[in-house]
Design a binder for this molecule. Structure first.
Ligand SMILES: NC(=O)c1ccc[n+]([C@@H]2O[C@H](COP(=O)([O-])OP(=O)(O)OC[C@H]3O[C@@H](n4cnc5c(N)ncnc54)[C@H](O)[C@@H]3O)[C@@H](O)[C@H]2O)c1
Length: 260
């Protein structure tokens, strides 16, 4: 394992970072990165036991305030209460990371109503509900960073119509939020990861995984730390003039034609 040098140990001191789907995978990696740079963390997930473990781990390792609350991002009452209690406890939500997402892959004729709704609700509606809840406070304080999770799939992918719709929806939501937030010191950007080593990727079968890895120009999958690097940059104060962009972090897989 390479040791990642942290050039900004105090970059997030005094900032509160709220992350959805933070119990594992990319959410956990980003939480670690923000904590290592001094942020207070407000983490949510639907996996109660894993979230409690994650929050304990981060609190112990970095000595920053960390709350772990069971919140379903598809439930506006829970989301509103989470943002309000975070603002009450920390004075602000400076950074919102809309990371929670699920997959229910199938060809179009086999996607059930429930699998369409589940994927679009968690990824897209969840991001909307969290952004809506955090926006007023960010606007009144004249500062906010919203980073939402799209995917390389947003440009279109076979057997993922529900996920593609949700992840291209994230691009549209991000661009609209960027326009509405611009005059209030709020930026909104999206990250489109390629194939990153998380539990979500572990659910992919070996053949599909092998095929996709061969299509990555860098010829290897990404590490969650690669995504955390991008998130820590986009959510920083210094990135204030960057808004409405989609940052591909994918070893080059999104470059060029899909016919290779
Ligand atoms: N891993 C990849 O290769 C990859 C690639 C492209 C995009 N992404 C996107 O990155 C994000 C994180 O992916 P990951 O690989 O870490 O996934 P993951 O499955 O490892 O983690 C997702 C987390 O979200 C939580 N979650 C699910 N439904 C929720 C809900 N309703 N409310 C709150 N939390 C909920 C899960 O419990 C889990 O802890 C997702 O939006 C995913 O679509 C991942």
């Amino acid at each position: 394992m390479t040791t990642v040098k942290k050039p900004f140990p105090e970059r997030y001191a005094g900032r509160t970072v709220a992350i959805t789907g933070a119990a594992q995978g990319l959410g956990l990696a980003m939480a670690e990165r923000f904590a290592s740079e001094g942020a207070a963390l407000a983490l949510i997930d639907v996996n109660e036991s894993l979230l409690a473990e994650t929050a304990d781990l981060l609190r112990g390792a970095h000595g920053v305030p960390v709350s772990g609350t069971v919140v379903d991002v598809t439930d506006s009452t829970q989301v509103n209460a989470w943002i309000a209690s975070t603002e009450a406890a920390h004075g602000a939500v400076d950074v919102l990371v809309n990371n929670a997402g699920i997959i229910r892959d199938n060809r179009i004729e086999n996607i059930s109503d429930a699998d369409w709704d589940a994927v679009v609700d968690v990824s897209l509606k969840g991001a909307f509900l969290c952004a809506r809840a955090a926006f007023a406070g960010m606007r009144s304080r004249g500062y906010g960073r919203i980073v939402s999770f799209s995917s390389m799939s947003w440009r279109g992918n076979f057997g993922q119509a529900n996920y593609v719709a949700a992840k291209s929806g994230i691009v549209g939501l991000t661009r609209a939020l960027a326009l509405e937030g611009a005059r209030y010191g709020i930026t909104a950007n999206a990250i489109a990861p390629g194939l990153i080593e998380t539990p979500m990727l572990a659910s992919m079968d070996d053949a599909a995984r092998e095929l996709l890895t061969r299509k990555i120009p860098q010829r290897h999958t990404g590490d969650p730390a690669d995504i955390a690097e991008g998130a820590a940059f986009l959510a920083s104060e210094a990135a204030g003039y960057i808004t409405g962009v989609v940052l591909d972090i994918d070893g080059g897989i999104s470059i060029g034609s899909s016919i290779r």
